[in-house]
Design a protein around this ligand. Structure first.
Ligand code: PLP
Length: 390
């Protein structure tokens, strides 16, 4: 290891694309171009112009994700889209009545944006059922879907391990029992093909900042029927499913980012996966006692690895001082490094799970960054292991 604290150029290497991706130039340009647009609800020239921009963004997005324009509901985030879908579809099912409508079925590795509203529904009297995952992080036993439920939800790809779930099979099995299905495609959209109608879901959530759009905007795809009952009420915008004045500039930027992401997807998928695989091989060759938590089918840019005996927080801090930005992928409660629920659900031992780093690659990733990381990580791991566990 050299004595320099960071790269000699002072460059920082970003390995946290699953948390957020830098905004694409095409998105920034669209955003700036429309920053002065006014309220699309205005019944005069400037209002109609803003509405036209919003309609164009809606059409563009719909065509890129296999949906009808009317099915695109702009939201303020992936979290908001997930909440509207889970709580709203459950409420619609309850209103429609029928057998089993009090059940909520979700997988054991959902993002908090699904897990927490599911728990909220449980606290209000719903019967929550959790679909387990195997040791690779994929759901396999879908039998909980054979009885009708108020709503069932699954992520298309996991944010920590990158595991790609059998979303189409999940949706088809739930549909047989008449259960509305929500898919959380926040990690997947713009990175792997996502086709709403082909997936057969009732609703689907995505978030712009994961594919190079602005932070603070996302979308929900929602079929005409059954549609989620609104959880916010107000002015009736977005089919009443998400009332509130739309952010026209961000919608235009999101559409531009998604267009670019989908356009370069085939090439980027290969490039990013090759970099990720090289990183994995480099880590396994140079460091002893490593557990790889990412198993195929997986997102091209995800690599979750555990270094038993080290604390994830120590690893992240040491990497940060070197200019490498990565995440543990787990929630931090009161400054205490907790093992990730996702890894525990996969059966990973707590001591191992606590020593996890999630490297996620994307448009910013380069050979140079991967080489630098492979070169420096062995010393980082041995220092973190020497420091021991808290
Ligand atoms: N769902 C998944 C799978 C995610 O990875 C994230 C963000 O990390 C979200 C939902 C929440 O999206 P947002 O950050 O737009 O609220």
């Amino acid at each position: 290891m050299t004595t320099a604290n960071t790269t000699t150029s002072g460059e920082r290497f970003y390995f946290d694309h699953a948390a957020t991706s830098p905004m694409r130039e095409s998105a920034i340009e669209a955003w700036v171009r429309h920053a002065r647009d006014l309220n699309p609800g205005g019944q005069y020239g400037s209002g109609r112009a803003a509405q036209g921009v919003l309609d164009d963004a809606r059409e563009e997005i719909a065509s890129l994700v296999g949906a009808e324009p009317t099915e695109v509901i702009f939201t303020a985030s992936g979290t908001e889209a997930d909440n509207i879908a889970l709580q709203g579809l459950f409420a619609s099912s309850q209103a429609a009545g029928g057998q089993g409508r009090n059940r909520v079925v979700v997988s054991s590795v959902e993002h908090p944006a699904i897990k927490e509203p599911a728990r909220l529904l449980e606290s209000r009297g719903a019967a929550l059922e959790v679909v387990p995952v195997d040791e690779t992080g994929h759901v396999t036993d879908l039998s909980a879907l054979d009885e009708p439920a108020g709503v069932a939800a699954l992520m298309v790809a996991n944010n920590e391990t990158g595991a790609i779930q059998p979303a189409r099979e999940f949706a088809a099995r739930a549909a047989k029992a008449g259960t509305p299905v929500h898919l959380d495609a926040v990690q997947a959209t713009g990175r792997i093909p996502v086709d709403f109608h082909e997936l057969g879901a009732t609703t689907l959530a995505a978030s712009a900042h994961k594919f190079g759009g602005p932070r603070g905007i996302g979308f929900l795809l929602a079929r005409r029927s059954p549609a989620p009952t609104p959880i916010l009420v107000g002015g009736g915008q977005e089919r009443g499913i998400r009332p509130g004045t739309a952010d026209v500039a961000s919608a235009a930027a999101m559409a531009a980012a998604l267009k670019e992401a989908v356009g370069e997807m085939a090439g980027e998928r290969k490039r990013v996966a090759a970099l990720r695989d090289r990183l994995k091989v480099g880590i396994l060759e140079r460091i002893d006692d490593v557990v790889v938590n990412t198993a195929e089918p997986a997102m091209p840019g995800h690599l979750s690895v555990s270094f038993p005996g080290a604390e994830g927080d120590s690893l992240i801090m040491l990497l940060d001082t070197l200019g490498v930005e990565a995440a543990t992928g787990s929630a931090c409660g009161n400054g205490v490094n907790r093992a990730s629920d996702v890894l525990l659900a996969m059966g990973v031992e707590e001591r191992t799970a606590r020593g996890t780093v999630r490297f996620t690659l994307g448009p910013r990733s380069t050979d140079q960054g991967v080489d630098f990381l492979i070169d420096r990580l062995p010393e980082v791991v041995s220092r973190a292991r020497a420091a021991g566990m808290a």
